[in-house]
Design a protein around this ligand. Structure first.
Ligand SMILES: *Cc1c(COP(=O)(O)O)cnc(C)c1O
Length: 373
């Protein structure tokens, strides 16, 4: 069976974990946490990075940092992972779901202005499959209306908008190192702060509402409870794992991009296929987080999934629309989001992981073509 995903190990993970364990300091914010944070700050010019135990946690930190209060409105895509929404629902926000665009699953930036009211506080964008949203448009709408912009960059490591790293554009951004992402630590995530004024409070929220970070820098002589917060930082064991991955980031990315292109080139030559390939706008880069097809109907997609499975290939669909979910359907304002619904019904992800062999990939390609013959 060709799996949908297989976590890639560089070989150095256990070495660094061993080092962390034997250093005598295995709780958070130690050597490896700092190495990872510095790596991202230097490579992408992020102002300040804080590792977290997940992207979900980083999103929850965002909601705390921008002081979401019950009744505040947050605009976000419906076609996303539940954590993008849940982090704000936890603080009592009213979620205003945006439809996807017609070209790819990203939020339709041209329709954004219509969703803004006096209560809107933030726009959360998701760069689906690591492909940038239309950030000029989104930032200008946010600026005109004095809104925070949060980039859910869970898919977006080493991806760019007009050459600018994703995660460096909004006030805040969040990354995921879950084992299904490009760079992994099992579970893991990161909060990026591009707005200097939010940094000191972020450190407090990160450390259970205490000024412990300032204490360890010698800025205060004791540490106390100074704000709300929670336990968001990962142990050094997780950071050590992540550091081994970061050292190999370029190699991992070039391999994934090679695999992505092999699918694209093989499937785009096919004439008359009843399906579409991913669309990447000229302002966006491709970090090969995922390779998806858009089938022409739900029935066709289900048949293709079944056909691939019968032949030993696991391909999977993706998000179910959050506006129609059991938790939110009754709370949703009733707008129909046709593009979101269409991606939910027709998008299919093919196996893509570091280590899939060319032979295995040719088998997937052959089967997809055979289905459409
Ligand atoms: C994976 C993912 C998350 C959650 O990441 P975790 O690190 O598992 O919490 C959030 N948003 C999106 C878009 C994701 O794909």
């Amino acid at each position: 069976m060709i799996p949908f995903n297989k976590p890639y190990l560089t070989g150095k993970e256990t070495h660094y974990i061993y080092d962390a364990v034997h250093s005598g300091k295995i709780s958070g914010n130690g050597k490896y946490t700092k190495l990872c944070q510095a790596y991202f700050e230097e490579r992408y010019g992020f102002k300040k990075c804080l590792l977290t135990t997940s992207c979900t946690d980083a999103l929850e930190m965002c909601a705390l940092l921008i002081n979401i209060q019950p009744g505040d409105e947050v605009i976000l895509p419906s076609y996303t992972f539940v954590s993008t929404a849940n982090a704000f629902a936890l603080r009592g926000a009213k979620l205003v779901f945006a439809d996807s665009g017609s070209e790819n699953p990203n939020m339709d930036a041209d329709a954004l202005s219509k969703l803004i009211t006096a209560k809107t506080k933030a726009i959360v964008v998701v760069h689906y499959a690591g492909v940038a949203c239309d950030m000029d448009e989104i930032m200008s709408v946010a600026k005109a209306n004095d809104l925070f912009v949060i980039e859910d960059a869970a898919h977006s490591v080493e991806s760019f908008y007009n050459g600018v790293p994703l995660g460096s554009i909004g006030n805040l951004a969040t990354f995921s190192f879950h084992e299904t992402k490009n760079i992994i630590s099992g579970e893991g995530g990161m909060l990026v702060l591009n707005d200097e004024t939010l940094v000191s409070r972020a450190e407090i929220i990160w450390e259970k509402g205490t000024n412990r970070s300032a204490f360890f820098r010698g800025e205060v002589d004791k540490y106390s409870w100074v704000d709300i917060g929670s336990s968001f930082l990962p142990s050094e064991v997780i950071s050590a794992f992540l550091y081994a991955q970061l050292e190999n980031l370029e190699q991992i990315q070039s391999e994934r991009i090679k695999i992505w292109k092999r699918y694209y080139e093989a499937l785009s030559v096919q004439e008359n296929l009843r399906m579409r390939l991913p669309y990447i706008p000229t302002f966006a880069s491709n970090n090969a987080h995922m390779f998806y097809l858009l089938c022409d109907s739900l029935e066709d997609r289900d048949q293709l999934i079944a056909f691939l499975k019968e032949n030993g290939v696991l391909a999977v669909f993706h998000y179910l629309p959050l506006h129609a979910s059991p938790y939110y359907a009754d709370r949703h304002d009733g707008r129909i989001l046709p593009n979101c619904d269409r991606y939910a019904e027709t998008l299919l992800r093919l196996p893509l992981y570091y280590g899939i062999s060319e032979e295995e990939q040719q088998k997937v390609i052959r089967l997809v073509k055979a289905h459409y013959q």
